[in-house]
Design a protein around this ligand. Structure first.
Ligand SMILES: [Zn+2]
Length: 301
């Protein structure tokens, strides 16, 4: 029997450049790179998000976005990934209108993976509605995400995104939300019940609320587990503390993902190796997660 390959449904374009490409694009743009942007253990989500401002500074143009999307598709294939979804927030790549940036990413992917557009916590809901409108006539865009994390200074909370997420579902897009990334599991409930998320990014606090565990099991929601990234942002104290084996054991659907191959110096293959080493993980549970990942890919309906 041939292996079905690995899934990677949660990989950010702006966190997954090749180091050599980052250096080249920075040189061409005349931008000095003080250090290689990298996550470090326990750095916290805010500092981790700041790393993206550096990578984004070299990813303004459609040409750069096209190149990096193409290389990510190549890299994923080389890691053994057969089901790839790449995500990014085109509104952050200011070198061209978001629709042009999205087209560049789709050209780079060339059908080798689905594209998810990310709104960011705190952005006006209208901006997410514009992303949905861009996705509407581009079948290569398969999903909408809410990424980053909530801050007290934000004018909008999760519930304010109900309308754009409803529009995304009407347009046939899959919905995923970064939720419970070290923050209370109530966020996961809002993502599922109000925003219609079929997948949850991270969800590291899930086990704190058995009712939310039951909700994910009942609704057959898949959690995108990113072990190294969760360790780097301090959502878990050690990679081997990741609760994914317990989730699987409790019947929750889980898929292992890279999140950011550059910033976390990882690959999908490496994340699946780490998953296999988690306490309580069995070959049956690991295989189940691989299967869940392939099954949870977004397809335009
Ligand atoms: Zn993410």
């Amino acid at each position: 029997m041939t292996s079905p390959g690995l899934p990677d449904l949660h990989r950010h374009l702006d966190g997954s450049l090749r180091p050599s490409t980052l250096a080249r694009l920075a040189r061409e743009a005349g931008i000095a790179l003080p250090v290689q942007p990298r996550f470090t253990p326990g750095m916290g989500l805010d500092q981790a998000l700041a790393c993206f401002s550096l990578t984004l500074s070299v990813l303004k143009s459609p040409d750069a976005v096209r190149l990096v999307a193409s290389q990510i598709a190549e890299d994923a294939l080389a890691e053994g990934v057969t089901t790839l979804e790449l995500r990014f927030a085109p509104q952050l790549h200011g070198g061209a209108p978001p629709a042009v940036i999205v087209d560049a990413a789709l050209e780079g992917l060339a059908g080798r993976g689905g594209l998810i557009l990310c709104g960011l916590y705190g952005e006006p809901p209208d901006l997410l509605s514009r992303l949905v409108a861009i996705a509407a006539d581009r079948p290569g865009v398969v999903g909408l995400d809410l990424a980053g994390g909530p801050l007290p200074s934000h004018d909008f909370s999760m519930s304010d995104y109900e309308h754009p997420f409803a529009a995304a579902r009407e347009a046939g897009l899959g919905c995923t939300v970064h939720a419970g990334e070290g923050r209370p599991p109530a966020e996961i409930r809002v993502a599922v019940e109000l925003l219609g998320a079929r997948r949850i990014g991270h969800g590291t606090t899930l086990l704190e609320d058995p009712e939310v565990v039951a909700l994910l099991r009942h609704e057959e929601i898949t959690v995108e587990a990113c072990i190294t990234s969760n360790w780097h942002v301090g959502a878990i104290a050690d990679p081997m503390d990741h609760p994914a084996a317990r989730w699987l054991d409790q019947g929750v659907r889980v898929t292992f993902c890279s999140d950011n191959t550059l910033l976390s110096a990882t690959t999908a293959a490496r994340e699946h190796e780490l998953a296999a080493a988690l306490p309580g993980m069995t070959p049956a549970l690991w295989n189940r997660a691989v299967e869940c990942g392939h099954q949870a890919r977004f397809t335009r309906s």
